[in-house]
Design a binder for this molecule. Structure first.
Ligand SMILES: Cc1cc2nc3c(=O)[nH]c(=O)nc-3n(C[C@H](O)[C@H](O)[C@H](O)COP(=O)(O)O)c2cc1C
Length: 306
Protein backbone atom coordinates (compact mmCIF):
# COMPACT_ATOMS: atom_id res chain seq x y z
CA UNK A 1 0.00 0.00 0.00
CA UNK A 2 2.73 2.41 0.95
CA UNK A 3 4.78 1.35 -2.08
CA UNK A 4 1.87 2.16 -4.41
CA UNK A 5 1.48 5.61 -2.84
CA UNK A 6 5.25 6.22 -3.08
CA UNK A 7 5.16 5.31 -6.79
CA UNK A 8 2.17 7.60 -7.36
CA UNK A 9 4.03 10.39 -5.56
CA UNK A 10 7.13 9.92 -7.71
CA UNK A 11 5.03 10.07 -10.87
CA UNK A 12 3.30 13.24 -9.69
CA UNK A 13 6.54 14.92 -8.60
CA UNK A 14 8.16 14.42 -11.99
CA UNK A 15 5.24 16.00 -13.91
CA UNK A 16 5.97 19.20 -15.83
CA UNK A 17 5.72 22.41 -13.74
CA UNK A 18 2.30 23.98 -14.21
CA UNK A 19 0.82 26.70 -11.98
CA UNK A 20 -1.81 24.66 -10.16
CA UNK A 21 0.45 21.66 -9.73
CA UNK A 22 1.10 20.93 -6.08
CA UNK A 23 4.22 18.95 -6.92
CA UNK A 24 5.59 22.12 -8.52
CA UNK A 25 5.01 23.99 -5.29
CA UNK A 26 6.76 21.30 -3.25
CA UNK A 27 9.72 21.32 -5.65
CA UNK A 28 9.86 25.13 -5.60
CA UNK A 29 9.68 25.26 -1.80
CA UNK A 30 12.57 22.81 -1.55
CA UNK A 31 14.67 24.64 -4.14
CA UNK A 32 14.09 28.02 -2.50
CA UNK A 33 14.97 26.52 0.85
CA UNK A 34 18.26 25.24 -0.55
CA UNK A 35 19.01 28.65 -2.05
CA UNK A 36 18.27 30.32 1.30
CA UNK A 37 20.72 27.93 2.94
CA UNK A 38 23.30 28.89 0.33
CA UNK A 39 22.67 32.57 1.02
CA UNK A 40 23.16 32.23 4.78
CA UNK A 41 26.18 29.92 4.60
CA UNK A 42 29.42 31.17 6.11
CA UNK A 43 31.49 31.74 4.11
CA UNK A 44 29.07 32.08 1.20
CA UNK A 45 30.35 30.47 -1.98
CA UNK A 46 30.65 32.85 -4.96
CA UNK A 47 28.61 30.45 -7.11
CA UNK A 48 26.13 27.98 -5.66
CA UNK A 49 22.91 26.22 -6.69
CA UNK A 50 24.13 26.14 -10.31
CA UNK A 51 22.96 22.53 -10.67
CA UNK A 52 19.32 23.30 -9.92
CA UNK A 53 18.81 27.04 -10.37
CA UNK A 54 17.33 26.65 -13.87
CA UNK A 55 14.81 24.14 -12.64
CA UNK A 56 13.99 26.46 -9.72
CA UNK A 57 13.43 29.42 -12.02
CA UNK A 58 11.28 27.27 -14.32
CA UNK A 59 9.13 26.25 -11.34
CA UNK A 60 8.94 29.90 -10.25
CA UNK A 61 8.04 31.15 -13.74
CA UNK A 62 5.23 28.58 -14.03
CA UNK A 63 3.52 30.30 -11.10
CA UNK A 64 4.01 33.91 -12.16
CA UNK A 65 0.73 35.79 -12.33
CA UNK A 66 -0.70 34.57 -9.04
CA UNK A 67 -1.23 37.20 -6.35
CA UNK A 68 0.11 36.69 -2.86
CA UNK A 69 -3.32 37.06 -1.31
CA UNK A 70 -3.55 33.30 -1.82
CA UNK A 71 -1.30 30.43 -0.82
CA UNK A 72 0.24 30.01 -4.27
CA UNK A 73 0.99 33.69 -4.53
CA UNK A 74 2.65 33.79 -1.12
CA UNK A 75 5.00 31.06 -2.29
CA UNK A 76 5.68 33.08 -5.44
CA UNK A 77 6.55 36.14 -3.35
CA UNK A 78 8.96 34.17 -1.19
CA UNK A 79 10.50 32.56 -4.27
CA UNK A 80 10.75 35.92 -6.02
CA UNK A 81 12.47 37.69 -3.13
CA UNK A 82 14.91 34.86 -2.48
CA UNK A 83 15.74 34.51 -6.19
CA UNK A 84 16.26 38.28 -6.38
CA UNK A 85 18.68 38.11 -3.42
CA UNK A 86 20.36 35.08 -5.00
CA UNK A 87 20.96 36.73 -8.37
CA UNK A 88 22.26 39.85 -6.61
CA UNK A 89 24.76 37.74 -4.70
CA UNK A 90 25.85 34.97 -7.06
CA UNK A 91 28.68 35.16 -9.55
CA UNK A 92 28.63 34.29 -13.22
CA UNK A 93 28.17 30.72 -14.44
CA UNK A 94 26.48 29.55 -17.65
CA UNK A 95 23.48 27.97 -15.89
CA UNK A 96 23.15 30.86 -13.44
CA UNK A 97 23.34 33.41 -16.27
CA UNK A 98 20.64 31.61 -18.25
CA UNK A 99 18.42 31.43 -15.17
CA UNK A 100 19.10 35.08 -14.35
CA UNK A 101 18.03 36.15 -17.85
CA UNK A 102 14.82 34.13 -17.56
CA UNK A 103 14.11 35.52 -14.08
CA UNK A 104 14.76 39.11 -15.16
CA UNK A 105 12.40 38.68 -18.13
CA UNK A 106 9.56 37.27 -16.04
CA UNK A 107 6.76 39.69 -15.13
CA UNK A 108 6.47 40.53 -11.42
CA UNK A 109 3.55 39.01 -9.55
CA UNK A 110 1.18 41.20 -7.54
CA UNK A 111 2.05 41.16 -3.85
CA UNK A 112 0.59 42.33 -0.59
CA UNK A 113 3.56 41.40 1.58
CA UNK A 114 5.44 44.67 1.86
CA UNK A 115 8.64 43.52 3.55
CA UNK A 116 11.12 41.38 1.64
CA UNK A 117 10.57 37.66 2.22
CA UNK A 118 14.10 36.30 2.38
CA UNK A 119 16.83 35.40 4.90
CA UNK A 120 17.04 37.77 7.85
CA UNK A 121 19.02 38.12 11.04
CA UNK A 122 17.93 35.66 13.70
CA UNK A 123 15.63 37.02 16.40
CA UNK A 124 16.76 36.44 19.97
CA UNK A 125 15.91 37.76 23.42
CA UNK A 126 13.32 36.90 26.03
CA UNK A 127 10.06 35.15 25.11
CA UNK A 128 6.70 35.28 26.84
CA UNK A 129 6.77 31.48 26.89
CA UNK A 130 9.02 30.22 29.68
CA UNK A 131 10.49 26.77 30.27
CA UNK A 132 8.45 26.53 33.47
CA UNK A 133 5.32 27.39 31.50
CA UNK A 134 6.20 24.80 28.87
CA UNK A 135 6.79 22.16 31.51
CA UNK A 136 3.48 22.98 33.17
CA UNK A 137 1.72 22.49 29.85
CA UNK A 138 3.63 19.28 29.08
CA UNK A 139 2.70 17.80 32.45
CA UNK A 140 -0.92 18.94 32.13
CA UNK A 141 -1.35 17.56 28.62
CA UNK A 142 -2.55 14.01 28.66
CA UNK A 143 -4.32 12.01 26.00
CA UNK A 144 -7.95 12.78 26.76
CA UNK A 145 -10.54 10.47 25.25
CA UNK A 146 -13.75 11.84 26.79
CA UNK A 147 -14.95 15.32 25.97
CA UNK A 148 -17.81 17.65 26.77
CA UNK A 149 -20.46 17.75 24.03
CA UNK A 150 -19.34 21.23 23.10
CA UNK A 151 -17.87 22.28 19.77
CA UNK A 152 -14.42 23.80 19.66
CA UNK A 153 -14.61 27.16 17.83
CA UNK A 154 -12.81 27.06 14.50
CA UNK A 155 -10.79 30.15 15.46
CA UNK A 156 -9.32 28.11 18.32
CA UNK A 157 -8.55 25.14 16.06
CA UNK A 158 -7.10 27.43 13.41
CA UNK A 159 -4.80 29.15 15.90
CA UNK A 160 -3.42 25.76 16.87
CA UNK A 161 -3.03 24.91 13.18
CA UNK A 162 -1.10 28.11 12.56
CA UNK A 163 1.31 26.97 15.29
CA UNK A 164 1.46 23.53 13.63
CA UNK A 165 2.25 25.20 10.33
CA UNK A 166 5.41 26.72 11.80
CA UNK A 167 6.86 23.29 12.56
CA UNK A 168 10.17 22.29 11.03
CA UNK A 169 10.07 19.99 8.00
CA UNK A 170 12.78 18.48 5.84
CA UNK A 171 13.82 21.11 3.27
CA UNK A 172 10.75 23.08 4.37
CA UNK A 173 8.55 21.03 2.05
CA UNK A 174 5.71 20.72 4.59
CA UNK A 175 4.49 17.55 2.88
CA UNK A 176 1.19 17.24 4.75
CA UNK A 177 -2.26 18.73 5.15
CA UNK A 178 -4.61 18.70 8.11
CA UNK A 179 -8.04 17.42 7.13
CA UNK A 180 -10.18 18.70 10.02
CA UNK A 181 -13.70 17.46 10.72
CA UNK A 182 -16.12 19.18 13.09
CA UNK A 183 -19.44 18.16 11.53
CA UNK A 184 -20.77 15.53 13.99
CA UNK A 185 -21.75 12.98 11.33
CA UNK A 186 -18.43 13.33 9.51
CA UNK A 187 -16.46 13.19 12.75
CA UNK A 188 -18.17 9.91 13.62
CA UNK A 189 -17.57 8.53 10.15
CA UNK A 190 -13.87 9.40 10.05
CA UNK A 191 -13.08 8.71 13.71
CA UNK A 192 -14.66 5.27 13.57
CA UNK A 193 -12.19 4.04 10.94
CA UNK A 194 -8.98 3.56 12.94
CA UNK A 195 -9.01 0.68 15.39
CA UNK A 196 -7.71 2.62 18.37
CA UNK A 197 -10.87 4.69 18.84
CA UNK A 198 -13.26 1.81 19.52
CA UNK A 199 -15.58 2.60 22.40
CA UNK A 200 -15.04 6.33 22.60
CA UNK A 201 -14.97 7.95 19.15
CA UNK A 202 -18.66 8.83 19.30
CA UNK A 203 -17.96 11.56 21.83
CA UNK A 204 -15.33 13.38 19.76
CA UNK A 205 -16.34 17.00 19.00
CA UNK A 206 -13.63 17.13 16.35
CA UNK A 207 -10.94 15.09 14.68
CA UNK A 208 -8.06 15.97 12.38
CA UNK A 209 -6.45 13.55 9.95
CA UNK A 210 -2.88 14.46 9.12
CA UNK A 211 -2.41 13.39 5.52
CA UNK A 212 1.04 13.07 3.98
CA UNK A 213 1.54 13.89 0.31
CA UNK A 214 4.21 11.78 -1.36
CA UNK A 215 4.16 14.01 -4.43
CA UNK A 216 6.56 16.18 -2.41
CA UNK A 217 9.41 13.75 -3.07
CA UNK A 218 11.47 12.79 -6.06
CA UNK A 219 13.32 9.96 -4.39
CA UNK A 220 11.91 6.95 -2.53
CA UNK A 221 14.60 7.41 0.12
CA UNK A 222 12.61 10.38 1.37
CA UNK A 223 9.32 8.51 1.73
CA UNK A 224 9.43 8.49 5.53
CA UNK A 225 9.46 12.25 5.75
CA UNK A 226 5.67 12.48 5.59
CA UNK A 227 5.57 10.63 8.92
CA UNK A 228 8.37 12.60 10.54
CA UNK A 229 7.28 16.03 9.34
CA UNK A 230 3.59 15.22 9.83
CA UNK A 231 4.19 14.06 13.39
CA UNK A 232 6.21 17.13 14.30
CA UNK A 233 3.32 19.26 13.07
CA UNK A 234 0.84 17.06 14.93
CA UNK A 235 2.67 17.65 18.20
CA UNK A 236 2.71 21.40 17.62
CA UNK A 237 -1.01 21.21 16.92
CA UNK A 238 -1.58 19.31 20.17
CA UNK A 239 0.32 21.93 22.17
CA UNK A 240 -1.43 24.72 20.27
CA UNK A 241 -4.75 23.23 21.38
CA UNK A 242 -3.58 22.52 24.93
CA UNK A 243 -2.38 26.11 25.40
CA UNK A 244 -5.95 27.22 24.66
CA UNK A 245 -7.54 24.75 27.07
CA UNK A 246 -8.46 22.17 24.43
CA UNK A 247 -7.56 18.56 25.07
CA UNK A 248 -6.67 15.98 22.45
CA UNK A 249 -5.62 12.42 21.78
CA UNK A 250 -3.30 11.19 19.05
CA UNK A 251 -4.68 8.18 17.23
CA UNK A 252 -2.66 5.55 15.49
CA UNK A 253 -2.99 4.90 11.78
CA UNK A 254 -2.28 1.20 11.26
CA UNK A 255 -1.40 -0.03 7.78
CA UNK A 256 -4.32 -2.35 7.11
CA UNK A 257 -5.58 -2.66 3.55
CA UNK A 258 -9.25 -2.51 4.45
CA UNK A 259 -8.77 0.55 6.68
CA UNK A 260 -6.66 2.28 4.06
CA UNK A 261 -9.45 1.77 1.56
CA UNK A 262 -12.09 3.06 3.98
CA UNK A 263 -10.11 6.20 4.80
CA UNK A 264 -9.24 6.82 1.15
CA UNK A 265 -12.93 6.68 0.31
CA UNK A 266 -14.05 8.80 3.25
CA UNK A 267 -11.50 11.53 2.54
CA UNK A 268 -11.26 11.16 -1.23
CA UNK A 269 -7.51 10.69 -0.96
CA UNK A 270 -5.32 10.92 -4.04
CA UNK A 271 -3.18 7.92 -4.90
CA UNK A 272 -0.07 9.42 -3.29
CA UNK A 273 -1.79 10.59 -0.11
CA UNK A 274 -1.41 8.60 3.11
CA UNK A 275 -2.82 9.18 6.57
CA UNK A 276 -0.01 9.79 9.05
CA UNK A 277 -2.14 9.82 12.19
CA UNK A 278 -5.34 11.30 13.58
CA UNK A 279 -5.83 13.73 16.45
CA UNK A 280 -9.16 13.94 18.26
CA UNK A 281 -9.83 17.14 20.17
CA UNK A 282 -12.38 18.79 22.42
CA UNK A 283 -12.95 20.31 25.83
CA UNK A 284 -12.20 17.62 28.40
CA UNK A 285 -15.08 16.18 30.35
CA UNK A 286 -13.96 17.19 33.86
CA UNK A 287 -15.22 13.88 35.26
CA UNK A 288 -13.16 11.87 32.77
CA UNK A 289 -10.14 9.95 33.94
CA UNK A 290 -6.83 9.70 32.15
CA UNK A 291 -4.16 7.05 32.52
CA UNK A 292 -1.21 8.08 34.67
CA UNK A 293 1.08 7.28 31.73
CA UNK A 294 4.31 7.50 33.63
CA UNK A 295 7.16 8.96 31.63
CA UNK A 296 10.75 7.77 31.54
CA UNK A 297 12.99 9.59 33.99
CA UNK A 298 15.57 11.90 32.47
CA UNK A 299 18.32 9.45 33.37
CA UNK A 300 16.70 6.81 31.16
CA UNK A 301 15.60 9.23 28.45
CA UNK A 302 18.95 10.69 27.54
CA UNK A 303 22.66 10.30 27.46
CA UNK A 304 25.39 12.75 26.59
CA UNK A 305 28.47 12.05 24.56
CA UNK A 306 28.09 8.29 24.41
C1 LIG B 1 1.25 7.86 17.29
C2 LIG B 1 0.28 7.67 18.41
C3 LIG B 1 -0.78 6.82 18.25
C4 LIG B 1 -1.71 6.68 19.26
N1 LIG B 1 -2.81 5.91 19.04
C5 LIG B 1 -3.77 5.85 19.98
C6 LIG B 1 -4.97 5.15 19.69
O1 LIG B 1 -5.16 4.63 18.62
N2 LIG B 1 -5.91 5.12 20.66
C7 LIG B 1 -5.76 5.73 21.87
O2 LIG B 1 -6.65 5.67 22.71
N3 LIG B 1 -4.61 6.41 22.15
C8 LIG B 1 -3.63 6.50 21.24
N4 LIG B 1 -2.49 7.22 21.48
C9 LIG B 1 -2.31 7.86 22.76
C10 LIG B 1 -1.29 7.12 23.60
O3 LIG B 1 -1.87 5.97 24.15
C11 LIG B 1 -0.74 8.04 24.67
O4 LIG B 1 -0.08 9.12 24.06
C12 LIG B 1 0.21 7.35 25.60
O5 LIG B 1 -0.40 6.30 26.30
C13 LIG B 1 0.80 8.33 26.61
O6 LIG B 1 -0.21 9.02 27.29
P1 LIG B 1 -0.26 10.60 27.29
O7 LIG B 1 -0.48 11.03 25.87
O8 LIG B 1 -1.41 10.95 28.16
O9 LIG B 1 1.04 11.10 27.79
C14 LIG B 1 -1.54 7.36 20.49
C15 LIG B 1 -0.44 8.20 20.64
C16 LIG B 1 0.45 8.35 19.63
C17 LIG B 1 1.60 9.30 19.80
Amino acid sequence: MEAVAVAAGLAASSAAPIPGNEARRYALRRAIHRIEKGLISRPRRPVFAADYIEEAVDAYCAGVGTCDADAQGRLQTWAHDVLEAYFAAVGSHPAVDRARARFDASPASARDQVDPVRPYTVRTGPLAVTIDGMLEMAVRRRSVRHYLPKPVPREVVDKALVVAGYSPSACNRQPFVFRVFDDPALVRKVASIPMGTAGFYEGFPGVAVIVGQLRAFRNPRDRHLIYIDGSLAAMSFVYGLESQGVSSCCINWPEIAEKEEQMAQALGLAADERPVMLVSFGYADPTAMVPYSQKKPLSELRSYNK
